[in-house]
Design a protein around this ligand. Structure first.
Ligand SMILES: NC(=O)c1ccc[n+]([C@@H]2O[C@H](COP(=O)([O-])OP(=O)(O)OC[C@H]3O[C@@H](n4cnc5c(N)ncnc54)[C@H](OP(=O)(O)O)[C@@H]3O)[C@@H](O)[C@H]2O)c1
Length: 294
């Protein structure tokens, strides 16, 4: 198996490279501003750079994880984000198809409005913010460019981070640690966090399945198996790490900033029917990735 991973310097991409290497696959990781540790610098908005890599490597799969994924940043940088999340995704898929590679585009639960969960892969998306719009348009661009492409929608992610604010989950540690400072944390939006190692495992299983059964294509999705608000995450994090959470109170109002779905739970049955599953319990996963930050 040979794969090219875009966004290989990012939170998910690093885990995908690690999981695929552990399987003994040939892995070519692409990055942009953090192109180091064996990653190749490719600006995915530059089609000729993408073509050069894919023509040279001719991978079985391109795991396309590179994106701008901060909703509040996207609200202010919409056109620039569309170049990356939509136009580059289409161009990567057209180039991949021309060299015989299949794309797996990483998408998000934010394509849904959160009013009627759980969402199946066939439910009609209705994003509430500009980030969700770019990711949905990216999905459609990829699927139109190559009907044999795949989309994997994932929930809020956490895992080993280079900075605590790299994940919307791990950034909560600073609030938990500041026991002398009372903090009010959102207890409104419901989320299903998953560890990046579980998503990477699912991606590897999906590549293997598709290689065995090339007729598999389309939209797949995975939600973590436990429901949390950000307040719940703080409590669970504190308990897992043996810290106090008595200074943290629950805020029952919707989060500020770009509008976000209330309950973005996605139905996992399409992957489960393929026998593709993986989950890390929040308590174990958060303890493992935050220990070094204590
Ligand atoms: N994180 C989450 O909670 C979450 C939730 C749902 C869905 N997702 C989706 O999961 C995927 C991975 O997210 P992530 O959290 O791993 O993202 P991330 O940590 O923010 O990483 C983004 C990646 O995109 C790369 N990139 C940005 N601009 C580029 C360009 N012009 N050319 C090439 N590469 C470029 C970055 O490279 P450099 O850093 O080297 O510049 C980085 O590797 C995304 O599609 C995201 O929408 C994430």
């Amino acid at each position: 198996m040979k794969i090219v991973v875009t966004g290989a310097s990012g939170l998910l991409g690093r885990a995908v490279v690690k999981a695929a290497n552990a399987k003994g696959w040939t892995v070519v990781g692409l990055a942009f501003s953090r192109a180091r540790h064996g990653l190749e610098k490719v600006d995915i908005t530059n089609a000729s750079q993408v073509r050069a890599v894919l023509e040279r490597e001719q991978p079985d799969f391109v795991i396309h994880a590179a994106a701008e994924r901060m909703p509040d940043r996207v609200e202010n940088e919409y056109e620039k984000t569309r170049d990356l999340n939509v136009d580059a995704s289409e161009s990567i898929t057209l180039i991949a198809k021309s060299v015989g590679s299949r794309v797996i585009y990483i998408s998000t639960d934010y394509v849904f409005d959160g009013a009627n969960p759980p969402y199946t892969a066939d439910d009609t998306p209705q994003p509430l913010n500009k980030y969700g719009i770019t990711k949905l348009d990216g999905e459609n661009a990829v699927r139109n460019a190559d009907p044999e492409s795949l989309v994997l929608r994932v929930p809020i992610l956490y895992g080993p981070v280079e900075r605590l604010d790299e994940s919307a989950v791990t950034c909560l540690l600073r609030l938990v640690q500041a026991t002398a400072t009372p903090a009010s944390v959102s207890h409104y939006e419901k989320r299903y966090p998953e560890h990046v190692s579980a998503i990477s495992d699912i991606l590897c299983q999906l590549c293997e399945k598709v290689k065995q059964e090339p007729s598999i294509s389309g939209i797949f999705q995975w939600s973590g198996l436990e429901q949390f608000t950000k307040y719940d995450m703080c409590v669970s994090m504190a308990e897992a790490l043996g810290l106090s959470h008595s200074h943290i109170t629950a805020d029952s109002q919707p989060s500020s900033g770009a509008p976000r779905p209330y309950d973005s739970r996605m139905d996992n049955s399409k992957l489960e029917q393929l026998g593709v599953t993986s989950h890390v319990t929040f308590k174990d996963g958060i303890k493992q990735c935050l220990q070094k930050w204590l």
